[in-house]
Design a protein around this ligand. Structure first.
Ligand code: SF4
Length: 364
């Protein structure tokens, strides 16, 4: 089996044990062809694999399920998605965050559709497509095409760090952990192996309390033998995120239209529809989008982006039919569900503070 004292590991025996466990315990996921189906000759749909992998970047399986179902129902293949209006895709993506992914999703669908609808099968060609980086190309090649690629996400890094009791902190350890993971990847069933590693990390080898007693690769695991599984992977201390401020402006016209703005395609919430805002900075100047009697609501909306925390105050105003905004436009087709999460929080905050903003209110 393995010798956890000398440090040698029989990688192929470890992979075989993991695959046996996966054959019995694979998670049922809507985009996945399970081991029994694969054994019966059913092939994964590369479109579904690609869509799920893009959605899963920075997001959990639980958060993605509903989005995946809605996308597949509305745009069941890559040609359908390629032909969809940008605004419809962005609205369907609303709430999933990291909106550059949605813009790249559209661009990638159009590129694949233009080449006849076939996704490339090798990593290098996949990486040439919009929004597909090192991780996603490996995942698509392995899962959709059973290519012998090593797929390394946070779950896999954790499992590998523990199997080899690698103490170097993340992120410095990343390249070495990827090498160790490659050492374990079998030539037979690499796609199932990649998914088995992900499942192990998601269900048993979890961050805080790994369930080592139930683990199929317990006998190979050096961290378990050393009693240090829960301490790994080590992580370098994170720098504190800066705090930024801003104001979001919600203007309601007498006919019920709301002032909305489509954000520039690049940058935070790029291409998404939301409320006009000030800059998000240390101490931004007020920047109301239309002349009105603005009222700042009590309380703040808090949101965290990758690199900073944001605290937004929300200003509301009722305006007349001749109001001329200097940015954005008044729209009557407002759908709160099409807002990105931050903008939805602002809308909910306004409601909580003043009741139904669309009905006669103390603002009038
Ligand atoms: Fe993770 Fe424990 Fe299994 Fe090692 S034995 S891989 S620490 S669950």
């Amino acid at each position: 089996m393995c010798d956890t004292q000398s440090g040698e590991m029989d990688g192929s025996a470890c992979a075989a044990a993991l695959l046996r466990w996966y054959d019995r315990n694979a998670r049922v996921l809507p985009w996945r062809i399970g081991p029994a189906e694969r054994a019966a000759g059913i092939k994964p749909d590369p479109y579904a694999v690609w869509l799920s992998e893009v959605m899963l970047q920075q997001t959990t399986v639980a958060a993605v399920r509903g989005y995946f179902h809605r996308f597949m129902e509305r745009w069941p293949d890559v040609h359908a998605l390629a032909g969809a209006p940008d605004a419809a895709v962005m609205a369907e993506w609303a709430g999933l965050g990291y909106y550059a992914r949605a813009r790249n999703l559209i661009a990638c669908a159009r590129a694949v559709s233009a080449r006849g609808g076939e996704f490339p099968r090798d990593r290098a060609s996949l990486q040439a497509l919009p929004g597909i980086g090192a991780y996603t190309s490996a995942a698509i090649a392995a899962i959709a095409f059973d290519a012998p690629e090593t797929v390394v996400d946070g779950n896999v890094e954790r499992v590998v760090a523990r199997l080899f009791a690698e103490r170097t902190p993340l992120p410095k350890a990343k390249p070495y952990l990827a090498q160790l993971a490659a050492r374990l990847t079998p030539r037979h069933r690499p796609g199932d192996f990649a998914q088995a590693m992900m499942d192990l990390g998601a269900t048993l080898c979890t961050p805080r309390k790994p369930a080592c007693a139930d683990c199929p690769v317990r006998g190979f695991c050096r961290a378990q033998a050393l009693g240090m599984a829960a301490e790994l992977p080590a992580r370098a201390p994170k720098a504190a995120k800066p705090q930024r401020q801003g104001i979001a402006y919600i203007a309601l016209r007498a006919d019920g239209a709301l002032l909305l703005e489509t954000r520039p395609p690049k940058g935070l919430l790029g291409g998404m529809t939301g409320w006009p805002c000030t800059h998000w900075a240390d101490a931004p100047e007020p920047a109301p989008p239309v002349v009105a009697d603005w009222r700042i609501l009590p309380g703040t909306v808090r949101h965290t982006f990758t690199h900073f925390h944001l605290s937004l105050r929300v200003a509301v105003a009722h305006v007349g039919s001749r109001a001329a905004p200097d940015r954005g436009s008044f729209r009557t087709d407002f759908d709160p569900n099409a807002l990105p999460t931050l903008m939805r929080k602002c809308w909910d905050h306004a409601h909580a503070a003043i009741g139904d903003i669309g009905a006669p209110s103390p603002l009038r």
